[in-house]
Design a protein. Structure first.
Length: 356
């Protein structure tokens, strides 16, 4: 059962409560490069991103928000703010849909109050971002290291600061490069508050190792009903973050946009077809398929031992033989076709059903 968190609005999207779990990423262009940043926003949105965060290091860079809105960007845009509260204020004036801050690095309490008041007036939520590298010295002294308890206390105390200024549209994000610390800290906050939670493992690494760490961290919490929006942080093209995030959601049957969940067996000595090549072809073709909001399970199996059984559990499937293969649909064998026609036969069957 999903945790009962507060529902808040970020632009035209709701997160928390009963809203679908959303996918986020972050542009890696400089905000001053308006054309390049807008192009990347459109690209990420096309890839399936639902909320985009942008680093805004200077006050004058906040123009990117109004420029993006004028250029037709509909996706909610988040201003990533550090140190200077005036950048947050200018970003709000320019149309940012959400502000990401750590109140601890904004400075004096009156500056935090200025940001909170401006956000409240504009109807803009605040994401409190806490990570192990930015803990307050007092918490480090208290706990000795960035423990899960320290991370959770930091997030909740920062939220209390905003609440004291009359602001409650808060999202909490606790990230760590240590997967277990991130999991345990989020569990603590989930148990002690109703704030929507943004999940992710920070500094996770490249597209391979980072995917593994995020799948463990994000996937564990989502399977427990914890989490309202996710970002798979990778040292890679931001589009890879979207692909990885959707894979995690599909694996847990949480992707509200549908798509294709491919299951395929490992190769072995029984395999008499090019299963690796077939899987690659299927993934490329099926990734472009508009499933009209449906989540389809497709099995790509290498032999008759596992093939028919696994394909029977899938919506569609193929099972290879010696240069040939069988096409399945919900456990029924449809036909036998040559190996070089398997992918097309499978795709034709899926498209035919989607169009009827």
């Amino acid at each position: 059962m999903r945790r009962n968190s507060k529902s808040i609005r970020i632009g035209n999207i709701g997160i928390g409560g009963s809203n679908p779990i959303t996918i986020q990423s972050m542009t890696n262009t400089r905000a001053a490069d308006i054309a390049g940043t807008i192009a990347q926003i459109h690209s990420l949105e096309e890839a399936g991103c639902e909320i985009i965060r942008m680093a805004v290091p200077r006050e004058e860079d906040a123009v990117i928000f109004s420029a993006a809105k004028e250029a037709g960007c509909r996706i909610p845009l988040v201003a990533d703010i550090h140190f200077d509260y005036r950048i947050a204020l200018e970003s709000i004036r320019r149309g940012a849909d959400k502000i990401r801050i750590n109140p601890g690095n904004i400075g004096e309490s009156w500056k935090v109050a200025e940001v909170a008041n401006a956000c409240k007036t504009a109807g803009v939520p605040i994401r409190i971002g806490v990570n192990s590298g930015s803990l307050d010295k007092k918490l480090l002294e208290k706990y000795g290291s960035p423990t899960p308890e320290a991370l959770a206390e930091s997030a909740l105390s920062q939220a209390e600061i905003l609440e004291n200024f009359g602001f409650s549209d808060i999202v909490i994000s606790i990230k760590s490069s240590t997967v277990q610390s991130m999991i345990e800290a989020c569990r603590i906050v989930a148990g002690q508050s109703e704030y929507p939670l943004h999940l992710g493992v920070t500094e996770a690494g490249d597209a391979y190792s980072g995917m593994v760490k995020n799948a463990i961290g994000i996937g564990t919490l989502l399977s427990e009903g914890i989490g309202d929006t996710i970002r798979v942080s990778l040292t890679a093209d931001p589009a890879e973050e979207i692909r990885a995030a959707r894979e995690i959601l599909r694996a847990l049957q949480l992707d509200h946009r549908g798509g294709v969940d491919i299951v395929s067996c490992p190769t072995c000595g029984r395999t008499c077809i090019d299963l690796i090549g077939l899987q690659s072809q299927c993934r490329e073709s099926l990734s472009k398929l508009d499933t009209k909001g449906k989540l389809l399970k497709v099995a790509i199996m290498g032999c008759v031992v596992n093939g028919p059984g696994e394909a029977r559990e899938a919506d569609y499937g193929i099972a290879g033989g010696d240069g040939n293969g069988l096409v399945f649909k919900k456990g029924e064998i449809l036909r036998k076709v040559p190996e070089n026609e398997l992918v097309k036969a499978l795709l034709d069957e899926i498209i035919k059903d989607l169009n009827t």
